[in-house]
Design a protein around this ligand. Structure first.
Ligand SMILES: CC(C)(COP(=O)(O)OP(=O)(O)OC[C@H]1O[C@@H](n2cnc3c(N)ncnc32)[C@H](O)[C@@H]1OP(=O)(O)O)[C@@H](O)C(=O)NCCC(=O)NCCS
Length: 364
């Protein structure tokens, strides 16, 4: 029997990038950058070691465990799992990455086995993972691997699809991964904003902030963040509401700033009830100013049908173009069955950049 050339070791989060044990952490990040760059054919998903280190710091809301696989001291594989600590305590989010030179030699499966052991030890019984796919196939064609809920498919000959299936995961949803090339025509977005403002009527007013939610609306904003975790199509993914309060909002804002990131938030307030009725968030990092991520967009159920989703997004886009003039590509993700959100994105000019498979495995 031949022995594998790699050794699997625990990956520790170092105190700083200069610390003696920082080498593996930095190398694991480099490996992610390499594999992401090869997949997408660009560096839009590149993240610096400093930002990765700030993101990996312990938080009261998420635990994390990781492993690296090394050959002669060189990191060739990385596996990591996020463990929610204050809600969804039976859920875990694993991720495995293997250097192209070492793929298809069972390293991914070995790294995953180490993670699954951790997940079980942490009393998790629902594992969720996401696979990324370049948009080089027809997502609506017949055949392929189909999700339990919603439209779309993934190619059955994709390596990562086979990998997930080989580990006992089932495809629950296909998500749309879109990109909007910036700058877009300011006048057209401003016209869309005026039109939606007219339809929404005088009952609604916009509130905007950067990086820190104003104190007087932070409790309401926490409630929107909570609802965002469940008030979207989730198919059969066993997600339970996240617990959000003022402290968690503040922690997430501070964490983003520690990662050198910034958020632009637009919210809409229903004047008669003085309640926030929806919000949208974009995030960007000065280390890669041309790339921006669209995060949450939510309009409360009772306020839907007033074009508030488009109002929020159009308004925030105009601010983004003003405050981040170097922005060139805005990326977004949404479930393929989230038709209203998809319609808004397509109307704004988003085009498909790829697809994401949402996978789930449940154990007894
Ligand atoms: C997905 C990934 C981690 C797999 O790692 P790996 O070390 O190549 O996986 P393994 O060798 O353990 O493969 C286990 C099984 O998965 C399937 N599989 C993996 N890659 C495959 C490929 N390219 N084509 C077909 N099947 C494949 C096979 O069934 C394989 O078993 P077999 O070789 O006995 O047929 C690796 O391709 C990778 O890093 N991809 C980029 C990052 C990523 O997408 N991670 C997964 C996120 S959920």
């Amino acid at each position: 029997m031949t022995t594998a050339p790699w050794r699997i070791e625990r990956l520790h989060v170092p105190a700083s990038l200069e610390a003696d044990d920082a080498t593996d952490f930095i190398a694991a990040g480099d490996l992610s950058n390499l594999v992401e760059g090869l997949r997408w054919g660009n560096n839009d998903h590149w993240v610096s070691p400093g930002v990765r280190l700030a993101a990996a710091q312990p938080s009261p809301y998420t635990g994390r465990q990781g492993f690296v696989a090394k050959v002669d001291g060189r990191v060739v594989g990385h596996a990591d799992v996020e463990l929610p600590l204050t809600d969804n305590e039976d859920v875990a989010y694993p991720y495995v990455i293997v250097h192209p030179e070492y793929q298809r030699q069972s390293l991914g499966s070995e790294l995953y086995a180490a993670l699954e052991e951790c997940m079980k030890t942490a009393s998790r019984r629902v594992f969720m993972a996401w696979s990324d796919h370049v948009a080089d196939f027809d997502v609506d064609a017949a055949g392929g691997v189909r999700p339990h809920s919603g439209p779309g498919r993934l190619p059955e000959d994709s390596g990562v699809v086979r990998f997930c299936q080989s580990l006992g995961y089932e495809l629950e949803q296909v998500e749309w991964f879109g990109v909007l090339y910036l700058p877009i025509d300011r006048d057209a977005v401003a016209a869309a904003e005026r039109e939606t403002q007219r339809v929404a009527g005088g009952d609604y007013e916009l509130l905007v902030w950067q990086d820190r939610c104003p104190d007087d609306v932070v409790d309401q904003y926490a409630e929107l963040r909570r609802l965002m975790s469940i008030d979207i199509p989730l198919g059969e993914l066993e997600s339970k509401p996240e617990v959000w309060d003022k402290a968690r909002v503040r922690e997430s804002e501070e964490k983003l700033l520690k990662q050198t990131g910034h958020s632009l938030v637009a919210a809409v307030r229903h004047r008669p009830s003085n309640q926030l009725a929806g919000h949208t968030i974009v995030e960007f990092f000065p280390e890669r100013p041309e790339v921006v991520h669209q995060e949450d967009t939510l309009v409360l159920n009772s306020h839907r049908g007033h074009r508030l989703g488009m109002l929020l997004k159009a308004h925030n886009l105009l601010r983004l173009q003003e405050l981040g003039p170097e922005s060139r590509r805005l990326y977004t993700w949404n479930a393929a069955e989230n038709a209203h959100m998809l319609d808004i994105n397509i109307a704004l000019g988003f085009v498909p950049a790829g697809y994401v498979g949402a996978w789930q495995k449940k154990i007894r």
